[in-house]
Design a protein around this ligand. Structure first.
Ligand SMILES: Cc1cc2nc3c(=O)[nH]c(=O)nc-3n(C[C@H](O)[C@H](O)[C@H](O)COP(=O)(O)OP(=O)(O)OC[C@H]3O[C@@H](n4cnc5c(N)ncnc54)[C@H](O)[C@@H]3O)c2cc1C
Length: 357
């Protein structure tokens, strides 16, 4: 049997990747979606919204992250791989979904090779690696949020293990939030703790003003790092700054209530928001020469095509969703960018092109 060469391989099954695959299959393409959800803790950002309903997303009413992930799967399952004939040639159309953490992306001639670990990693067991081939690739693997170093286990190798205490309180109504635009409405006129440093964290406070003016910035033991102008505004707005290190969380089950500080104080708040930056899920692109911004997010052209160092589109390689450089995006944008990438990848596979191109 000959090895399958997919038309479009999508890395990631968040809203961006799923929409990209659906749009490509709508154009009669044979799409493969590899997603890390079941083989790693990298489940996508929306998944961590565990008891807070995701709102503001097209089509879906308020829905929690794990249910949203299930709905996205069902949407893809409604487009199974089907044999068809186009221009007299036998072809396949539809979406194949596979569990797989993509570990390496390479290109040989016109064909991409995706190396993926397809079984959950267990200590003492060797990795199970499978290879997949495709004519085009859409990178929609999102990013992981950086968590605050509170009860942080430096010796643990994996993000989830390092921040296991933080994860206990993450994505809950009374726990850690990472997106003020998503969850600010839960804390109207309540006292919000914002963890982070520098002028950047002040932007988060600016977003929080839509919901409350009772704001405390906790730097977790670091100097606040505000520029003089920002510091002046922070003081004018009566935003408290606490530079003491946080010793541990004070919470019950998955409800976070406050912190025990290193100086022995106990501080209690109604809401908790952190922005310590992000970790792009792009390790598999190591060795590729592509444009990215200072946070490591991918720079694309208007067709969602990735660009090389000279600004030229990299043939067949696209990106979509949160991973694309720009303002922090939400789900509707991820869907929109996914659709653009799915259609552009399909267009790239056409045989006839306009004579001027
Ligand atoms: C707690 C929280 C609450 C939120 N609430 C809202 C809200 O109310 N409204 C709203 O509009 N937005 C909300 N957002 C933002 C929203 O979740 C993101 O904008 C959106 O999920 C981005 O979609 P994406 O497809 O780009 O990436 P993600 O949803 O992050 O999906 C990335 C996918 O890539 C996979 N992946 C990662 N690495 C690999 C790899 N190496 N190989 C294969 N697969 C990989 C993951 O398993 C996942 O399937 C929230 C975010 C968080 C964290």
């Amino acid at each position: 049997m000959s090895e399958t060469i997919y038309d479009v391989a999508v890395i990631g099954a968040g809203p961006a990747g799923v929409q990209a695959a659906v749009s490509a299959s709508h154009q009669m393409r044979h799409a493969l979606v590899l997603h890390a959800g079941k083989v790693s803790y990298s489940r996508g950002r929306a998944y961590w919204s565990k008891s807070v309903e995701i709102e503001d997303a097209p089509v879906f009413p308020g829905i929690t992250g794990p249910n949203f992930a299930k709905e996205l799967m069902k949407w893809m399952e409604a487009r199974p791989v089907t044999p068809t004939t186009i221009h007299g040639e036998p072809r396949k159309t539809g979406i194949e979904v596979r569990d797989g953490l993509v570990t390496k992306l390479t290109k040989d001639g016109d064909i991409f090779n995706l190396e993926a670990s397809t079984v959950r990693f267990r200590k003492g067991k060797s990795l199970e690696i499978e290879n997949f081939k495709s004519r085009t690739v859409i990178v929609a693997s999102g990013f992981d949020d950086r968590w605050p170093d509170i009860e942080f286990k430096e010796e643990a190798e994996r993000l989830y293990q390092q921040y296991i205490t933080v994860f206990r309180y993450a994505g809950n109504r009374k726990g850690w939030h990472v997106c003020i635009r998503c969850d600010g409405h839960l804390h109207v006129d309540e006292h919000l703790a914002i963890v982070g440093v520098g002028d950047y964290i002040y932007d988060v406070a600016l977003g929080a003003q839509d919901f409350t003016d009772k704001i405390t910035i906790l730097t977790n033991g670091r100097p606040h790092g505000f520029s003089p102008k920002v510091l002046e505004q922070v003081r004018k707005r009566d935003i408290e700054i606490i530079e003491t290190k946080i010793k541990k969380h004070l919470g019950e089950k998955t409800n976070l209530m406050g912190f025990e500080m290193e100086d022995g104080r106990e501080l209690y708040f109604d809401g908790f928001l952190v922005d310590e930056g992000l970790i792009p899920n792009t390790k598999f692109l190591d060795g590729w020469d592509y444009q990215k911004d200072e946070e490591g997010l991918i720079i694309t052209n208007g067709d969602m095509q990735m660009l090389d160092a000279n600004g030229h589109p990299i043939p067949g390689l696209f990106a979509a969703g949160d991973l694309v450089s720009g303002e922090r995006n939400l789900i509707a944008t991820a869907f929109a960018l996914g659709q653009e990438a799915g259609l552009s990848a399909s267009d790239a596979l056409r045989k006839w092109h306009h004579p001027v191109h």
